[in-house]
Ligand binder design. Structure first.
Ligand code: TRP
Length: 444
C-alpha cells in the first residue's frame, strides 16, 4: 500500500469538522470568478444559448462523473494529488498526473490573482462612490485604465494573494471552513436580488433571448472545447483540487450526493450570473462579446443608477471577492498540500513561499494581456482537460472494479448509479475529451 516515505502522519493533516462544512468548502472552491466573471463573458463570446446548452451537457456527462472520481481518489488515499496516485500505483508514471495538477495550480492562481485584484479594486471604487453619475463610456474607460496599469494591478493582486496566503496558512479547519458558511448564502441572495432588478430593465427581453435561445450556427468545435474547459474550471476539476479536498473527508460523507450538490449549485450560480449580466449588457448598449472586462463594465453602470447603488455595489464586489478567495485558497491548497505531505514541509512557511512564488509568476499576466490570455488558454484548454482525461483513465481503467466499488459504502450508491457512472467515467469522459483534443490537433 503506502510504501513511500510517510512524511506527514495522517492524523496531523486536519479534517473537515462536518460533512456540511466540506460541501460548503467544495462549493466555495467551485463557485468563484469562474461563475460570475468567466461564464458570462465566454457565453457572450460563443453566442449565448447554444453555448449554455453545451455547457450544461458537459457538466452532466463529464463534470459530475469526474468530480466523483476525484472525490473517490482523495477519500480513498487521504493524500494530496501527487500522493494519491503514488499510493495507489507506486513507482508508475501515474504520479505525473498529480504533478500536472500542481503545475496547473501555479498557472491558474497566477492569473486568478490578477482578477481577484480587479475585484478588490472595484470594492474600493464602489466604496469611494466612484461610479455615481458616470456614463457607460466612462465606466468602460475606468476598466481599461486599470487593465492598462500594471503597477496598480500588481498592488491589488498582492493584497489578494496576501489574503489567500493568510487563510491557507491557518489550515483546513479554522482557515478555510468558517467564512464559507455565512458568505456563500449571502452571495446567492444578492445575486437573486440583482437578477430581479436586471429583469426589470429595458434590455431584459433581449438579454434573455441572447442567453436562452440556441443559435447553433454560432457553435463550433472550438466552442465545445471552451464549454468543456469552462466546466472543468468552474467545477474546480482536472487538477486535483477536489482530490485534495476529498482527502480531508471521513467515510460518513456521501460522495455521490456531494458531487451532485456541488455541480448543481455551481451551475445554478453561473446561469444566475448570466441572468444578471445580459439584461444589463443590452440595457446599457454594451457588447456581449466584450471579453474579460464584461462584468466590470456592466455592473458598475447599473449600480450607479440604482437607488442605494453605492451600498449594493460595494456589497456585490465584496461578496465576489469572497467567492474568489474561497476558490483561490483551494488552488493554493493543492500546491501546499503537496509540499507538506510529500516533502515534509511545514504549513506556514510553505504557504508563504509558494504564495509569493505564484504572485511573482502572475506579474507578467498583470502586465501584458497577451500573457494573461495565454495562461488562461493554457489552463482551461490544455492543462485541465488533459488532467481530467488522465484522472478518468486512471479511475476507470487502472483501478480495478473492486478498488472502485469498495470505496463506496452501501447507502452511498445504488448498483444502477454505479453502473451509469462506470460507463461515463470509462467511455464517455475519455472519449469526449480525447475527441476534442484530436480536433484541436486537426486530426479529426
Ligand atoms: N472553480 C473556481 C472558479 O470557478 C476556480 C478554481 C478553484 C479552480 N480551484 C480550481 C479551477 C481548481 C480549476 C481547478 O472560480
Amino acid at each position: 500500500m503506502n510504501d513511500e516515505k510517510p512524511t506527514a502522519s495522517l492524523l496531523s493533516r486536519g479534517n473537515w469538522s462536518s460533512g456540511l462544512g466540506f460541501v460548503l468548502a467544495a462549493v466555495g472552491s467551485a463557485i468563484g470568478l469562474g461563475n460570475v466573471w468567466r461564464f458570462p463573458y465566454i457565453t457572450g463570446k460563443y453566442g449565448g444559448g447554444a453555448f449554455v446548452l453545451v455547457y450544461i451537457a458537459c457538466v452532466l456527462a463529464v463534470g459530475i462523473p469526474i468530480m466523483l472520481a476525484e472525490l473517490l481518489l482523495g477519500r480513498k488515499t487521504h493524500r494530496n494529488c501527487v500522493g494519491a496516485f503514488r499510493s495507489l500505483r507506486p513507482a508508475t508514471p501515474w504520479v505525473l498526473t498529480g504533478w500536472l495538477g500542481v503545475v496547473s495550480g501555479f498557472v491558474i492562481l497566477s492569473y486568478y490573482g490578477v482578477v481577484g485584484g480587479w475585484v478588490l479594486h472595484y470594492i474600493y471604487l464602489s466604496l469611494s462612490d466612484g461610479f455615481t453619475g458616470k456614463s457607460t463610456a466612462e465606466v468602460s474607460v475606468m476598466f481599461e485604465s486599470l487593465a492598462g496599469n500594471p503597477l496598480l494591478q500588481v498592488a491589488w493582486q498582492t493584497l489578494f494573494m496576501i489574503l489567500t496566503i493568510g487563510i491557507v496558512a491557518g489550515g483546513i479547519h479554522s482557515g478555510i471552513e468558517r467564512g464559507n458558511k455565512v458568505m456563500m448564502p449571502v452571495l446567492f441572495f444578492l445575486l437573486c436580488a440583482l437578477m430581479v432588478y436586471a429583469l426589470q430593465t429595458r434590455g431584459a427581453r433581449e438579454g434573455l433571448d441572447f442567453l436562452l435561445r440556441p443559435r447553433w450556427e454560432q457553435m463550433s468545435p472550438a466552442g465545445v472545447l471552451e464549454a468543456l474547459g469552462q466546466a472543468f474550471f468552474s467545477l474546480s476539476l482536472g487538477m486535483g483540487a477536489i482530490i485534495t479536498y476529498g482527502s480531508y473527508l471521513g467515510r460518513e460523507t456521501n460522495l455521490v450526493r456531494s458531487a451532485f450538490y456541488i455541480a448543481v449549485g455551481d451551475t445554478v450560480v453561473a446561469v444566475l450570473a448570466g441572468f444578471v449580466i445580459f439584461p444589463l449588457v443590452f440595457t446599457f448598449g454594451l457588447e456581449p462579446g466584450g471579453g474579460p472586462g464584461l462584468i466590470f463594465q456592466t455592473l458598475p453602470v447599473s449600480f450607479s443608477r440604482l437607488p442605494g447603488g453605492v451600498l449594493v455595489g460595494s456589497a456585490f464586489f465584496f461578496l465576489l471577492a469572497f467567492a474568489a478567495l474561497t476558490s483561490a485558497i483551494s488552488l493554493l491548497e493543492v500546491v501546499v498540500a503537496y509540499f507538506i505531505d510529500e516533502q515534509g514541509w511545514k504549513r506556514r512557511p510553505t504557504t508563504c513561499i509558494m504564495g509569493t512564488v505564484i504572485l511573482l509568476f502572475g506579474v507578467p499576466s498583470a502586465s501584458w494581456s497577451a500573457v494573461f490570455d495565454f495562461m488562461d488558454k493554457l489552463a482551461t484548454q490544455y492543462l485541465l482537460p488533459f488532467g481530467a482525461l488522465l484522472i478518468a483513465l486512471f479511475t476507470g481503467w487502472v483501478l480495478s472494479h473492486g478498488e472502485r466499488r469498495s470505496e463506496f459504502h452501501q447507502a452511498e450508491i445504488s448498483d444502477f448509479t454505479y453502473g451509469g457512472w462506470s460507463l461515463l467515467i470509462r467511455y464517455v469522459c475519455p472519449l469526449a475529451v480525447a475527441m476534442i483534443f484530436l480536433h484541436l490537433l486537426r486530426v479529426l
